[in-house]
Ligand binder design. Structure first.
Ligand SMILES: [Fe+2]
Ligand SMILES: [Fe+2]
Length: 157
């Protein structure tokens, strides 16, 4: 980003970049996991559940791209090694169940992840509110998406 655009963020910029990289890692794991689940889910109720997993996977990819852009604007470097995904993510990766018909387990694990995302983006938005309105907006938009994901997943149970 231009110098003025970075200057207005001030000393919090490096902490914000760190948190955005944690978010990037988590979103990469989520996008992969949801796409996987959308293909892996099997059984009578599977088409509806798979469709939601697919839609959520696309949200998570969009978050990933938006956070990468913001890290670069802030003069940071987006996490470059895929082996850092699990190390940096704010939430543990939840491996999809072996049983393809374990739809309830897939949805419940997903809810755990969405609730962690809600907490994380709520904290990030608070942290940025006064110092970085651009990241504040991004975090708020991500938060709104995660709240919707939680709601949609809950409605399947
Ligand atoms: Fe997300
Ligand atoms: Fe989500």
């Amino acid at each position: 980003m231009g110098r003025k655009g970075t200057d207005i963020v001030g000393e919090k910029a490096s902490e914000i970049v760190k948190r955005l990289n944690q978010a990037l890692a988590a979103e990469a794991l989520d996008a992969y996991r949801y796409l996987y689940l959308s293909k892996w889910a099997a059984g009578l109720e599977a088409p509806e559940v798979a469709e939601l997993f697919h839609r959520i996977s696309e949200h998570e990819w969009q978050h990933l791209g938006a956070f990468m852009d913001r890290i670069i604007e802030l003069g940071g470097r987006p996490m470059a090694r895929t082996t850092d995904f699990e190390k940096l993510s704010y939430a543990d990766y939840m491996e999809p169940p072996k049983d393809r018909a374990a739809l309830r387990k897939m949805v419940e694990d997903s809810l755990v992840g969405e609730r962690k995302a809600i907490e994380f983006y709520n904290d990030l938005a608070s942290f940025c509110r006064d110092s970085d309105p651009v990241t504040y907006l991004l975090a708020s938009e991500a938060l709104a998406d995660e709240v919707k994901d939680e709601e949609d997943l809950e409605n399947l149970l």
